[in-house]
Design a binder for this molecule. Sequence first.
Ligand SMILES: Nc1ncnc2c1ncn2[C@@H]1O[C@H](COP(=O)(O)OP(=O)(O)OP(=O)(O)O)[C@@H](O)[C@H]1O
Ligand SMILES: [Mg+2]
Length: 245
Amino acid sequence: MALLAVNDLKKYFGGLHAVDGVSVQVQEGDLVGLIGPNGSGKTTLLNMLSGHLHPDSGNITLDGRDVLGLGPAGFTRRGILRMFQLTRVFNRMCAFDNLIACGLALGMKEHAAYERAGQLLDELELTRVMYLDAGQLSGGQRKLLEFGCCFMTTPRIALLDEPFAAVHPVMRKTMSAFVRRRNEAGQTFVLVSHDMQTIVDLCPRSVCLNAGKVLAAGETKQILQSPAVIEAYLGGDTTHEAHHD
Ligand SMILES: Nc1ncnc2c1ncn2[C@@H]1O[C@H](COP(=O)(O)OP(=O)(O)OP(=O)(O)O)[C@@H](O)[C@H]1O
Ligand SMILES: [Mg+2]
């Protein structure tokens, strides 16, 4: 049975079909790339997979159980964790306290949270800046910190929305090494990224959306060579205004 199964999911904003009948399955241990041009529905899909947005129709199951209608806290309790395209951390708290606050909110005991936060700071190379307010960190460091927040406990599935965008290449490496290590240890991921090299390097399998529909799904290298995917990326889609990250 799939860990996460999405069946014929739809979300319309007025007349705009942001997600238009998407079906996707994610198996335990998968590291699935979710790609597609700007405005193709990736973030909207993740918003529904994390309970931040309610679909107009379709269903989502985790371990075969319906999770629709649970809301973000309910999804988090079931182990679906979400990293946002725009970084969300507490700017006036130091990096260390951000991690502790997340750990406690996720139900960890205090000493376990301290220990875990220390390990994550080390692993994400943030120990040096752990007592600086998150607001004083660089954009990349803040992303790494938000990353850490998602992993204070071990999620069943981690949904990452463009974690590498506008991140310094050195930190990008730290982040992708982290994802690879966790995946090798069994962690399931869905990774949205416009960084095709990273998608190829990390994700054996990908799903490509275009105008709210699945354009292609399967082995990443094959998908990226598919004429339909190439055309979608080269500006075949004129229904949505393109912008660059
Ligand atoms: N809350 C909203 N209200 C109205 N339209 C929305 C809303 N959220 C998203 N959209 C529209 O839905 C479409 C899909 O947007 P979405 O953010 O899911 O795309 P994306 O694939 O994540 O794009 P990007 O790669 O630029 O992040 C876009 O046309 C967008 O303008
Ligand atoms: Mg997006």
